[in-house]
Design a protein around this ligand. Structure first.
Ligand SMILES: Cc1cc2nc3c(=O)[nH]c(=O)nc-3n(C[C@H](O)[C@H](O)[C@H](O)COP(=O)(O)O)c2cc1C
Length: 342
């Protein structure tokens, strides 16, 4: 494979995940604070993805969580059949209980977070901390597997040491415990997102298991997708930050959608409309301000545009700023300003 057209043909095919099937192999990575209901609606309006993911939800909270007030455990009914709910936790019983609720609500499936390296999560023994207790991690997968019949997915990273063999063995352990698919992010835990991911380890994990593997990490341009598939043979691609910068990228990579210059203005305005539809003004402003750095990373003068855009206390002010700054399309960058991809 060596062109975006070939990538499109590769991605635009169904893939079985457990007892279900997705229509194409490019999915949104789970992102707390970014992959919320309004953002998922924005992505849905462009289309072209195989699955969407919620940000991580606390397994302890999920069984009693009220979707009407929760910022994360909330959805539109029409997205359930192609949306996976991600949970974090360290206790097999509570992870299983959360998975039961997720299945009962009608989500496509449940995703277990064994990758988050944020201190607040790892201190509680959750996320990537579970890669220090492989037995417990597998026990969690097994408990969730027994609790639900919908697809069970696991998202994890290389581990705490740069040991590709460990990553491959973990993949096998998850498969044995009943996982239906893996999303693998090839960085060690203390690295966070500062260093380049080691895509070759995705290939090692893919070789070690017989369930589908979604490769994740620094997929920015279609040629990155070509390279990752070529290098690793992974069955699917999971895209995080770049999808926030360009919510139309799924449509671009899998359907040949060509964005017009005005797309930055119309997309930013649409994001404000969708945030206002789902949230009251203060929260909507906060959520837009999380989205803005990734979106402004598209522009040549990204820092200056971001700074001016953020000078707003209400959604109306944000919309005025967007009109003023983006109506005449600013100069864009081929590869976004990575310094804003925090
Ligand atoms: C703001 C932010 C929040 C994230 N939250 C989660 C999360 O809740 N669960 C998870 O598994 N990964 C989370 N991630 C990691 C992403 O899913 C992904 O692995 C990472 O961004 C690398 O992929 P990318 O280079 O395509 O962005 C988060 C990433 C970012 C930037």
């Amino acid at each position: 494979m060596n062109s975006p057209e070939e990538l499109r043909a590769y991605l635009d095919r169904p893939l079985a995940i457990g007892q279900k099937e997705i229509q194409n192999r490019m999915v949104l990575a789970p992102m707390a604070g970014l992959g919320h209901i309004a953002f998922r609606q924005l992505v849905t309006e462009f289309g072209g993805f195989g699955l969407l993911f919620t940000g991580m939800c606390s397994a302890k909270a999920v069984p009693t969580e009220n979707p009407a007030v929760s910022p994360v455990f909330t959805w539109r009914p029409e997205e359930l059949n192609h949306t996976v709910c991600q949970i974090f936790g360290e206790d097999p019983d509570s992870m299983a209980a959360a998975a039961r609720r997720i299945e009962a609500e009608g989500f496509f499936g449940v995703d277990l977070n064994f990758g988050c390296s944020v201190a607040a999560i790892c201190k509680r023994g959750c996320g990537a901390a579970l890669l220090k207790s492989p037995g417990l991690a597998a026990e969690i997968v097994s408990a969730v597997r027994q609790a639900v019949s919908c697809p069970v997915m696991v998202k994890y990273r290389t581990g705490w040491k740069n040991d590709p063999e460990f990553a491959a063995r973990m993949g096998q352990a998850f498969e044995r415990a009943g996982a239906d698919a893996l999303t693998f992010h090839p960085r060690v835990a203390p690295d966070r997102r500062s260093r380049a991911p080691q895509w070759d380890i995705i290939g090692k994990v893919k070789e070690a298991v017989s369930i589908p593997v979604f490769g994740n990490g620094n997929l920015f341009l279609a040629e990155d997708g070509v390279k990752m598939v070529e290098m690793t043979g992974c069955q699917g691609l999971s895209v995080g930050r770049m999808a926030v910068a360009r919510p139309w990228m799924f449509a671009q990579w899998t359907r040949g959608f060509e964005p017009a210059p005005g797309i930055y203005h119309t997309t930013a305005i649409r994001m404000t409309e969708l945030l206002s539809l789902h949230h009251e003004d203060n929260l909507a402003v906060k959520m837009f301000k999380k989205f803005a750095p990734y979106f402004c990373a598209n522009f040549k003068f990204s820092q200056s545009i971001l700074k001016q855009l953020m000078k707003a206390d209400s959604m109306d002010q944000l919309r005025e700023n967007i009109d003023r700054l983006l109506k005449d399309p600013p100069e864009t960058l081929r590869i976004p300003n990575i310094h804003l991809f925090i």
